[in-house]
Design a binder for this molecule. Structure first.
Ligand code: FES
Length: 128
């Protein structure tokens, strides 16, 4: 019995060999944009757009200590669970970043399950 074929919830999204350590990629599953990140042999998958003002995090997002920081206003999310670590702290002076941050309530990044199977990184979409 081939469980992989019967489990249609897992989506092969990128070949393992195409995602090097430290790289981020954007992919689509249906209408949903997903960001895939490899850091220190862990693979994370999240929704692709920053929850603040929808910047695509794969473009310029900085990954460090299992977190990603958006390049636009530097909101920071935990890649393991999507938790907001900082919300729009940039720019500091004038208090423009904080003002922009107040335009939208902090909300976590949606995180998706990942696994490696048959040479591919696969993603199972969160229902959140
Ligand atoms: S768009 Fe990401 S912090 Fe503003």
């Amino acid at each position: 019995m081939n469980l992989h074929l019967e489990d249609n919830l897992w989506h092969p999204i990128i070949k393992i060999s195409k995602l090097k350590d430290g790289q981020k990629k954007m992919r689509r599953i249906g209408l949903r944009s997903i960001m895939i990140v490899r850091e220190d042999s862990q693979v994370f998958a999240t929704d692709a757009l920053c929850r603040h003002m929808a910047w695509p995090l794969a473009y310029g997002g900085k990954v460090k200590d299992d977190c990603i920081t958006c390049p636009l206003h530097q909101s920071k999310y935990d890649l393991k669970n999507g938790e907001v670590k900082e919300w729009s702290p940039f720019p500091l002076l004038p208090i423009y970043g904080r003002l922009l941050g107040s335009l939208r309530k902090p909300s976590p990044l949606v995180v998706h399950e990942t696994r490696e199977f048959d040479g591919w990184i696969e993603v199972r979409l969160s229902t959140a």
